[in-house]
Design a protein around this ligand. Structure first.
Ligand code: NDP
Length: 485
């Protein structure tokens, strides 16, 4: 019996989107137990059986696309077009994971080396068993899909704890999986608040995939440490976009504005800072200001920016903007955010690098543009925060060089966020942005354990015997000198 429930409220109008149980430790543990039994069945399907099930799930999502778009919009407040885009990317990852799992994870032969020529050596990747997925609310389909699709394709059952702000989307995704014929307990959902997520970490899962804030990521890791449960942490970011003096300024401005304000800035890989070369800063900032001033935030269908999903996030945005202005920053577009969750986009320029608007994740519709004398300075400033998720570089001649020097797991040159839409590329960061990778072959391997096997084909020089004779040691001595000297 569940003692309590909670409501998911739409940030658009406050209506109740759905009511869900607050599941406690016992219920979460029981769900993980059922998933463990289902994991056997799921694993036994093999790569091709799982591919069929995941493809059927994908088609079912497409068949009910409008329903899912409406639900994402209702729970997050984002415009329907943005919800559609998010779902498209998630589907691309689902398709990729399903169709590449065999190639990446199947058992293959490896060269045994000269010393072990009498052995055949093979390497394969086995599923962990049950993976706990803790997801955020900002992209309630795309973000968890980076773990769900890859963990399932690798042969694991999953127990998904969606954010308390987007439980309906989480439950919907699982219903679609079951409707499409997937084994019901191989993809389970538990609902509740933070403690339900904490319970999932302690419920005997074999791995936890977490996406959310750095602070909660640390709590998740601490809980997992009690049982040595491995984790992959996708935490926040403070991504920078660099604009070189030879950049296409129109394209860079367009990208900065989209990177900063789409999804009302609630994007882990969103652009929160720009470092622009002084030689082109004036023209660049004018163009960004023009594009920013054109955007409207609201709860109506035509608004380009929706309200913040989590109303209390507005306090963080206000505090960061106030801090930037107090330290001498210039409010070029917008003002101190009004009360409420609808925040018109804010463009700040020449902000002190020590201000929270430059150093901390804002997760709202703000953009800081600072000018730099050289791209070396841009790199130095961009890399001076604890986060290291991703970034963007606009340059005609030095794109690759600057991308290599930008700290983080992913960089887009002459675009923003492009890497997240390439399923073959791994996604993840360094430092306070977390560790481990989802997406791509690395993402599949993240949800599998390597299993190495050797098979002796014939007897050669037997070294691992207590009866080894001095003559063999002399041969070993010659081998060492011949091969490694
Ligand atoms: P959290 O990190 O608190 O939440 C992320 C997920 O973790 C949610 O499902 C949450 O559940 C769950 N959770 C909360 N506490 C625990 C716990 N102790 N153990 C296990 N799971 C837990 O992020 P918030 O939603 O509170 O957002 C706060 C800030 O985090 C944002 O302002 C933003 O800066 C950052 N963030 C970054 C994201 C990214 O994509 N990198 C995504 C989301 C947030 P519940 O929602 O039910 O509390």
């Amino acid at each position: 019996m569940t003692a309590t429930t909670f409501d998911s409220l739409s940030p658009l109008d406050g209506r109740v989107v759905g009511t869900f149980p607050v599941q406690g430790a016992d219920e979460v543990a029981a769900t993980v137990d059922r998933a463990r039994r289902a994991a056997e069945e799921w694993r036994a399907l093999g790569f091709s059986g799982r591919r069929r099930a995941l493809d059927a799930w994908r088609r079912d999502i497409v068949a009910h696309l409008d329903e899912l778009i409406a639900l994402v919009r209702a729970e997050t407040g984002k415009p329907a077009g943005d919800a559609r885009l998010e779902i498209m990317l998630a589907l691309d990852h689902l398709a990729w994971a399903a169709s590449h799992a065999r190639r990446v994870l199947r058992r293959r032969s490896v060269f045994p080396g000269l010393l072990m020529l009498n052995q055949s050596a093979t390497l394969g990747y086995l599923p962990y068993g049950v993976v706990g997925v803790i997801g955020p609310w900002n992209y309630p389909v795309f973000t968890p899909m980076g773990s769900l699709a890859y963990a399932l394709a690798a042969g694991n059952a999953v127990v998904f704890k969606p954010s308390e702000y987007t439980p309906a989307v989480g439950v919907w995704l699982r219903e679609a999986f079951v409707r499409a014929g997937g084994p019901a307990d191989a993809f389970a959902v538990v609902t509740g608040l933070g403690p339900t997520g904490a319970a999932l970490c302690r419920a005997g899962v074999d791995k936890v995939a977490f996406t959310g804030s750095t602070a909660t990521g640390k709590a998740v890791m601490a809980a997992c440490a009690e049982s040595l449960t491995p984790v992959v942490i996708e935490a926040g970011g403070k991504d920078a976009l660099l604009v070189d003096e030879d950049a296409d300024l129109d394209a860079a401005a367009e990208a900065a504005v989209w990177g900063a304000y789409s999804n009302a800035g609630q994007t882990c890989i969103g652009i929160e800072r720009v470092y622009v070369h002084t030689a082109v800063a004036g023209r660049f900032v004018d163009r960004v200001a023009e594009l920013t001033a054109d955007l409207r935030a609201g709860v109506d269908d035509a608004a380009r920016l929706g309200p913040l999903t989590m109303a209390r996030q507005a306090d963080v945005v206000r505090a960061h903007v106030a801090d930037a202005v107090a330290a001498g920053g210039h409010l070029r577009v917008g003002g101190l955010p009004p009360e409420g969750a609808v925040i018109p986009p804010i463009l700040l320029t020449d902000v002190d690098e020590r201000s929270t608007a430059v150093r901390e994740e804002t997760f709202g519709p703000t953009l800081v543009v600072n000018r730099v004398a050289s791209m070396d300075e841009a790199i130095r400033r961009a890399n001076a925060v604890r986060y290291g998720l991703s970034g963007s570089v606009f340059s005609r001649r030095r794109g690759k060089e600057l991308a290599m020097r930008l700290r983080g797991g992913m960089v887009a040159i002459n675009a923003v966020i492009a890497f997240a839409a390439v399923p073959a590329l791994p996604f993840g960061g360094v430092g306070d942005s977390g560790f481990g990778r989802i997406h791509g072959a690395d993402g599949l391997r993240e949800f599998a354990t390597a299993k190495a096997i050797t098979r002796q084909r014939f007897r050669l020089l037997t070294l691992t015997t207590m009866r080894r004779r001095p003559g063999v040691d002399r041969i070993v001595d010659r081998i060492i000198r011949a091969l490694y000297g």
